[in-house]
Design a protein around this ligand. Structure first.
Ligand SMILES: Nc1ncnc2c1ncn2[C@@H]1O[C@H](COP(=O)(O)OP(=O)(O)OP(=O)(O)O)[C@@H](O)[C@H]1O
Ligand SMILES: [Mg+2]
Length: 264
């Protein structure tokens, strides 16, 4: 029997998902994926028919894998296409937590760093979530100040979970000869505990295929080892790629992540 959301109470509708109350279990909500795709903090906007089902599958594959690996996430199950059940947030944390292995995208604007520069250890940054302000990065010293003065252990926990998840997914994509370049994740408090929430889909990360069979990824700059032009992620859309190729790349991500169930 398929769920009918017409009669269900909306908690919130965002750019890519709608959250509905779950009358059968109040501590959970339904997360329903939409066909919308946006970029530039919502300024660029399109509909890609079928994207909701593709993103739903990618998200399901990744969160099932992370749960299996023991990461603390909100994800419970996916009762039907486009629909997942997740633990309901007590409090949203208004941050995007970004972890980077390889320099790409917005970080190139800061400090004149070369594209392809490899970060080891990983770099993790907090961005304040605010579209009109373009999600500004928060200063590390400022975050340390908050931790010291307010005893907000949540920052350290978010950093730790971000790095944990990055290492898990970097390894999983490596099995498919793809480098996880960077990603952004979101967190909330559930039962007083910092928990990974929201979605992980084609719009959450950069994915660059390997340029050769056995790339040397232990160098200061790995750009020549990778194939940024073959990118599978939302940069295709940001850079003005046609919607059909954006969709087919997201479809490839869904297929690749379906293989995560065979990983240890
Ligand atoms: N476990 C959860 N319980 C309740 N709400 C959640 C949960 N996980 C995610 N959400 C919320 O679902 C909403 C819709 O997500 P969507 O990604 O479409 O929003 P958005 O427009 O992109 O805004 P945002 O910039 O906050 O992501 C967001 O407000 C998000 O915080
Ligand atoms: Mg969002």
């Amino acid at each position: 029997m398929s769920l009918n959301f017409d009669t269900m109470k909306k908690v919130i509708e965002g750019k890519t998902k709608i959250i509905y109350e779950n009358p059968a279990a109040a501590h959970t909500v339904y997360m329903v994926f939409k066909d919308d795709i946006t970029a530039g903090d919502g300024l660029k906007h399109d509909l890609i028919e079928g994207k909701s089902g593709i993103d739903w599958l990618t998200n399901k594959n990744i969160f099932e894998y992370l749960n299996r690996k023991g990461v603390r996430t909100h994800y419970i199950s996916s009762p039907q296409e486009k629909v997942s059940i997740v633990k309901r947030l007590d409090r949203k944390i208004n941050l995007e937590v970004v972890t980077r292995r390889v320099a790409a995208g917005s970080i190139l604007k800061w400090g004149n760093i070369a594209e392809g520069t490899r970060f080891d250890p990983l770099i993790t940054q907090f961005h304040y979530k605010d579209d009109p302000l373009h999600d500004p990065m928060l200063d590390d010293e400022y975050i340390e100040f908050i931790i010291q003065s307010k005893g907000s252990h949540e920052y350290q926990q978010m950093r730790d979970i971000n790095v944990q998840v990055f290492m898990i997914l970097e390894k999983a994509f490596a099995h498919h000869h793809i480098q996880l370049v960077d990603f952004k994740l979101e967190y909330g408090l559930i039962d007083g505990v910092v928990t990974l929430i929201d979605e992980i889909t084609g719009g959450s990360f950069r994915l660059w295929p390997y340029a050769k069979k056995e790339p040397n990824l232990n160098q200061q700059n790995v750009l020549a080892e990778l194939d940024p032009k073959g990118r599978l992620d939302k940069d295709t859309y940001r850079m003005g790629g046609d919607l059909a190729s954006v969709k087919s790349k997201f479809q490839i991500i869904a297929e690749i992540t379906s293989g995560f169930r065979d990983l240890a």
